[in-house]
Design a protein. Structure first.
Length: 576
């Protein structure tokens, strides 16, 4: 709840008590942040039924006992019992001036910060990042940025697939090519993997060599480990180049691959056995958490150790969870992984609770998301049916954005157009994804993504650049101190109310793990600023003080847009 909402609620509750008796003092007044603060009709109706009076009479009684103070300018009754309480200019001016002087834009730090371990991206070694990695990477990164800004300690974890049976065939194929990882071009990782898979499926002798190589890898053979490290390092370098181009905060230091937990898997199995949670079933060591059954109503197991003595994904995820709680001190665990893994994580979390790894004060959440669809509403793929690589997606985004920028902003010099094309192209991909409810699928549509109208990244970036141009024309910088703000137009008041909403929006975004809430707020702010700019002359204001006041409002809007875009991982251009 915002300070404004709290003040309104306190004022209305007191008026309810004075008008209707103390027993109604804490009745829900149903107020919200808007240009007017409303005591809504549904609240009046509920009280009217209880008091056997008309809703309008209830509203009138509350209005008569409402102490206006500095908070309101006037109170009106509308419709069947709605109180329209217009906030005072003095209150809004004070709010605006406080925001102007606050580097955090009115966003408080959380009182009780969590240690959040955030698991996101998670590509596989010897494979390219593709469109399927887009959502976990940018959703996870936006959440990391928001949570950090609010004061939480965020520990990023990139749980890459760097261990297991596929590495037998990959290492054998590498040896067939001469054993030199550097001879494989970084953009041929997918082809290298597919060649190894093709040989494994078609050549029994190669398949046998691959199985023996897995044994050598798991036994710690130094030659095999050196080749494995070469493949992992080459892949990590490729991943990092894509992350930097995409503008996400993941670094090599955040990588904690499956191999990191390999040595702890036997201990995880032993601990679960000692606790009486795991038992052998059909040769595999299993835990049967309550509440999970299959189609035949039989309990579904979490397989900790397989029949052949190996360990699967569930064991690795359990080991990672235990490490993150015990060693990293996590109080909140977030896994940004697609919706199809819902039951897997529900069962892993259930086992972790049974084992005591998720106790009081520690919670784990699966931050699931929908799919990116093509125009045919099927999974987005190339024309040949392959996954779209992330690099090719970024290439096309920048190329298409470059054409739009050249068409719309031809007055910019070549270097600036190229920079803006990159900012707009990457921003379009990220904003389209983040502005969609993460639980839903969305259709990948270039024309909508790269539009400069409507709820798009381009529209917000243009709004920021538009404000920057105002200061260039004014011959001053947004950081230049100005006189106190004074509000004389309803559009100014509406803009201040929007600007005051960043804090509550970020709180909601963090609680719901929903970046689209922040996107909606920024779009509302940009459209409200556009109305203000159309209605309220800035550089040609009637007086010098009015000009300075409106420039201060512009500076505040620019800072808020820039901060919000940065929390989404999107650049805010100065020129467009």
């Amino acid at each position: 709840m915002t300070d404004l909402q709290a003040a309104l609620r306190k004022s209305l509750s007191a008026a309810l008590g004075r008008a209707l008796g103390p027993e109604h003092e804490h009745a829900d007044p149903a107020v919200h942040r808007s240009a007017h603060a409303d005591f809504q009709a549904d609240a009046a109706l509920r009280l009217a039924k209880e008091l056997k009076r008309s809703p309008r009479d209830v509203a009138r009684a509350v209005a008569e006992h409402l102490e206006l103070g500095e908070l309101y300018e006037k109170v009106e009754i509308a419709g069947p019992g709605v109180l329209k309480m217009t906030l005072s200019s003095a209150y809004l001016e004070r709010t605006a001036n406080e925001l102007l002087g606050d580097e955090r834009l009115g966003v408080p730090l959380v009182a009780r910060p969590d240690t959040v371990v955030l698991d996101y991206s998670g590509p596989n070694v010897a494979k390219e990042l593709h469109v399927g990695h887009l959502r976990p990477t940018i959703i996870g990164d936006a959440l990391a940025r928001v949570l950090e800004f609010l004061g939480h300690r965020v520990i990023r974890q990139n749980h890459i697939g760097d261990w297991g049976t596929p590495f037998g065939m990959l290492i054998e194929h590498l040896l067939d090519l001469g054993g030199d990882v550097s001879s494989i071009p970084s953009d041929r990782l997918n082809a290298f993997y597919q060649e190894a898979r093709g040989k494994f499926d078609a050549d029994p002798s190669f398949a046998e060599r691959s199985r023996l190589r897995v044994v050598a890898l798991q036994s710690g053979d130094e030659t095999t480990l050196a080749l494995w490290r070469g493949l992992v390092d080459a892949s990590k370098a490729r991943f990092q180049a894509a992350y930097e181009r995409l503008g996400v905060t993941l670094a090599e230091a955040h990588v904690r691959g499956e191999s990191f937990y390999n040595d702890s898997l036997p201990d995880v199995a032993s601990e679960l056995e000692r606790a009486g949670l795991a038992r052998v079933d059909a040769g595999a060591l299993c835990v049967f958490p309550p509440g999970f059954t299959g189609r035949d109503d039989k309990p579904v197991p979490v397989i900790v150790r397989k029949q052949d003595g190996g360990y699967g994904y569930a064991a690795t995820d359990l080991a990672a969870l235990r490490y993150r709680v015990r060693e990293l001190g996590a109080t909140r665990l977030l896994y940004v992984v697609g919706a199809p893994q819902q039951q897997h994580f529900a069962m892993v979390f259930a086992v972790a609770r049974l084992a005591g790894w998720l106790g009081d004060g520690v919670r784990a959440e699966h931050v699931q998301f929908g799919s990116i669809l093509g125009p045919d509403r099927k999974m987005l793929r190339t024309r040949s049916g392959e996954s779209v690589t992330l690099v090719s997606l970024l290439d096309e985004a920048e190329e298409r954005a470059g054409l739009e920028v050249e068409k719309r902003f031809s007055e910019l010099d070549l270097e600036t157009r190229r920079r803006v094309a990159r900012q707009v192209g990457v921003g379009a991909i990220k904003y389209t994804d983040l502005s969609s409810d993460r639980l839903k699928d969305y259709v990948f549509d270039w024309s909508r993504m790269l539009a400069f109208e409507g709820n798009t990244g381009g529209y917000l970036q243009y709004a920021h650049a538009r404000i920057a141009s105002i200061f260039r024309k004014a011959g001053t910088a947004p950081e230049t101190p100005t006189s106190a703000l004074a509000l004389s137009d309803p559009a100014e008041r509406a803009l201040v109310l929007e600007l005051a909403g960043l804090g509550p929006t970020l709180t909601e975004t963090a609680v719901l793990l929903a970046p689209h809430k922040l996107c909606s707020y920024l779009y509302g702010l940009a459209t409200t600023f556009s109305t203000f700019y159309d209605r309220c002359p800035v550089l040609r204001a009637e007086t010098t003080s009015q000009r300075e006041s409106r420039l201060a409002l512009c500076a505040l809007a620019q800072r808020t847009l820039a901060r919000g875009l940065d929390l989404l991982g999107i650049e805010a251009p100065e020129h467009m």
